[in-house]
Design a protein around this ligand. Structure first.
Ligand SMILES: CC(C)(COP(=O)(O)OP(=O)(O)OC[C@H]1O[C@@H](n2cnc3c(N)ncnc32)[C@H](O)[C@@H]1OP(=O)(O)O)[C@@H](O)C(=O)NCCC(=O)NCCS
Length: 193
């Protein structure tokens, strides 16, 4: 895992007040990217409803924020209420930020968080044509199962260590500082437009 600061942007968890940022990030995705992310070409209305539940009690979202505090990539972690040691993850990175390691950095943070929460199966569902997502999952030793156009990538996070727990706490602390700066940047930009 690289540092919090990355290619002029940074990684941190999304705050509850940032659901609109998440919605706007998803709305910026092309129809092809929406298809790859959701398995179908979903409408704006679907995305608005989906985003409003992104931080429900069993969900967490990690973000990659650009230099002006705008959300450019996300990794979602959703635990299964009835299977506490299992969870699923999903990713989106906006076109111009792809191929620079953002998706891999988000996945490494999701895995660390899964370790810290005693999650032993992390599932990632994607279309079989989605070679990029499969390539990212393979970097983290995922087992891939192909089934009629879909692929389930099963990652098996190992146990937490003092280092994984400390790493997340330290990153959450710096996330507080970055978060305040992001809010300021977005406020300034929206009032100067
Ligand atoms: C999948 C996605 C999140 C990856 O984000 P990203 O920031 O581009 O990912 P990274 O840069 O960390 O890694 C991409 C890897 O794919 C590899 N790759 C690129 N094109 C590829 C191809 N055609 N076939 C195989 N691997 C490919 C790259 O070489 C890179 O691996 P490397 O770092 O070892 O060189 C992004 O493409 C995306 O948002 N796609 C649309 C939504 C989606 O598909 N979500 C997944 C379903 S949940």
């Amino acid at each position: 895992m690289g540092s919090v600061s990355f290619n002029g942007g940074h990684f941190r968890k999304l705050w509850n007040v940032e659901l609109e940022e998440f919605r706007d990030h998803l709305l910026r995705l092309s129809s092809e990217s929406r298809h790859l992310r959701f398995g179908a070409e979903v409408s704006d209305t679907f995305i608005e409803d989906y985003a409003s539940h992104a931080l429900d009690s069993n969900c967490r979202v990690w973000g990659f924020f650009g230099p002006r505090g705008n959300l450019r990539g996300t990794g979602e972690l959703k635990s299964f209420p009835k299977k506490p040691d299992c969870a699923e993850a999903a990713f989106t990175v906006e076109d111009r930020y792809r191929g620079q390691g953002v998706g891999s950095e988000l996945l490494s943070r999701i895995i660390r968080s899964a370790r810290n929460r005693d999650i032993h199966h992390l599932y990632l569902n994607c279309l079989s044509e989605n070679l990029v997502m499969q390539s990212v999952a393979r970097k983290f030793q995922a087992d891939l199962t192909f089934d009629q156009g879909d692929v389930v990538c099963d990652l098996k996070p190992s146990h937490a260590t003092a280092l994984t727990r400390l790493g997340e706490v330290i990153e959450d602390s710096s996330g507080l500082v970055y978060g305040v700066l992001d809010l300021q940047h977005r406020w300034v930009d929206s009032h100067l437009q």
